[in-house]
Design a protein around this ligand. Structure first.
Ligand code: ATP
Ligand code: MG
Length: 353
């Protein structure tokens, strides 16, 4: 069986370091591993509109921002199809058929849907489109017969596997059950915001963006939330729940201590010193800043180049979208045949030669 990746992001803002550790970094690794036959990376504008339907300009302008972030982070259009969700009507049709397979109660119980609803204050109630977005997510994944879906923890308890099983058991083996691939590092599952809030999120304004310049990143790091009980350098400090250490957990690689803080061998030593007391926040933050700049500088530089070639970037999206639609159309034909709604293709039904 082919190995196929599908994943994506909502064009509600530029991408941030939470996206990077939660999914983007892994995608680039998987892309370059050569282990996958097809890769589809989706800019989920139709999903973004479910809670931003009053702000089409916001969604429209962020398509290019997300595409620039993709290319700068290392997604390669020669290996990955970068495409725009709304331009593939097959996805909408699949969503419509899958709606029959899910109960309202099942969606209401979904912890992700609950949490996402809580994040947004829908003053006039929850739009049906938003409420059903996990169903459209199932359509996105299954349309490409994805076997692997690399995402952050907030996307995990979704219902696509249930939909696949139910569809296959009613209509016959048609859809592929995907594997959800979470980050292998606990801190990267759901990176907190610079304000210490549970999740870095475009909608909460607590982000370090991949496209932030060097000085902006430095300022954001230096004003980050740490342990409120760690007032003097000599005070013992807490590492758990301390956002600066969580970011280090997510970002530190071999070599970072040698390069930027050679008096410590590794993160465990640094943490021990902080816990004992005698290690100041400023020193830890400066280290984090160095580590982040090292990761972000090449991304930032590539972005500057792509920013000069906007028509070329749209061309990449157009080509990726064409390839994605061709694939989704094949799946949709199979789905229609399984559901017995392929009337005009069915010679037996029509009785014609
Ligand atoms: P929005 O606020 O519009 O929902 P978002 O910042 O939550 O935006 P999404 O486009 O919903 O971003 O998520 C894209 C991908 O990034 C998903 O795989 C999600 O799991 C992952 N992701 C988003 N935020 C984080 C985070 N703070 N830590 C780890 N992964 C994250
Ligand atoms: Mg989100």
């Amino acid at each position: 069986m082919s190995k196929i990746i599908l994943t994506g992001d909502r064009p509600t803002g530029r991408l941030h370091i939470g996206h990077y550790v939660g999914s983007l970094r892994r995608r680039v690794e998987l892309q370059n591993s050569g282990d996958f036959d097809e890769i589809y990376i989706m800019i989920a504008d139709a999903q973004a509109l479910t809670d931003n339907f009053k702000h089409p300009e916001k969604v429209r302008s962020n398509i290019i921002q997300v595409a620039l972030d993709y290319l700068s982070a290392g997604l390669d259009p020669a290996k990955s199809n970068l495409f725009i969700q709304s331009q593939i009507p097959e996805l909408t049709e699949l969503t419509f058929y899958y709606m029959n397979l899910v109960t309202v109660a099942r969606l209401q119980r979904n912890p992700t849907v609950k949490a996402e609803i809580q994040l947004r204050s829908f003053e006039n109630g929850i739009p049906v489109g938003f409420f059903t977005y996990p169903i459209s997510q199932a359509a996105d994944i299954t349309a490409f017969k994805a076997t692997t879906v690399p995402v952050g923890e907030d996307q995990e308890p979704m219902i696509e596997r249930e939909i696949v099983r139910k569809f296959n058991s009613i209509y016959g083996e048609t859809l592929v059950e995907p594997e959800i691939l979470l980050p292998d590092n606990e801190a990267s599952m759901r990176l907190p915001g610079t304000d210490g809030k549970a999740k870095m999120s475009k909608s909460l304004g607590n982000c370090i963006y991949l496209s932030d310049d060097e000085e902006t990143v430095r300022k954001k790091v230096m004003s980050m939330f740490t342990d409120p009980g760690h007032l003097q350098v000599s005070d013992p400090g807490k590492v758990e729940g301390n956002t600066v250490f969580t970011y280090l957990d997510a970002f530190v690689e071999d070599g970072d201590f040698d390069n930027f803080l050679p008096e410590y061998k590794n993160l465990d030593e640094l943490k021990d010193h902080y816990r004992r007391g005698g290690l100041g926040d400023v020193k830890v933050k400066k280290f984090l800043n160095n580590v982040l700049q090292e990761r972000l500088t090449p991304i930032r530089e590539r972005r500057k180049e792509y920013e000069k070639q906007i028509p070329y970037v749209y061309d990449i999206l157009r080509q990726g979208t064409e390839a994605a639609e061709a694939k989704a159309a094949v799946t949709l034909d199979e789905v229609r045949a399984s559901m017995k709604i392929n009337y005009f293709d069915d010679k037996e039904l029509i009785g014609a030669e």
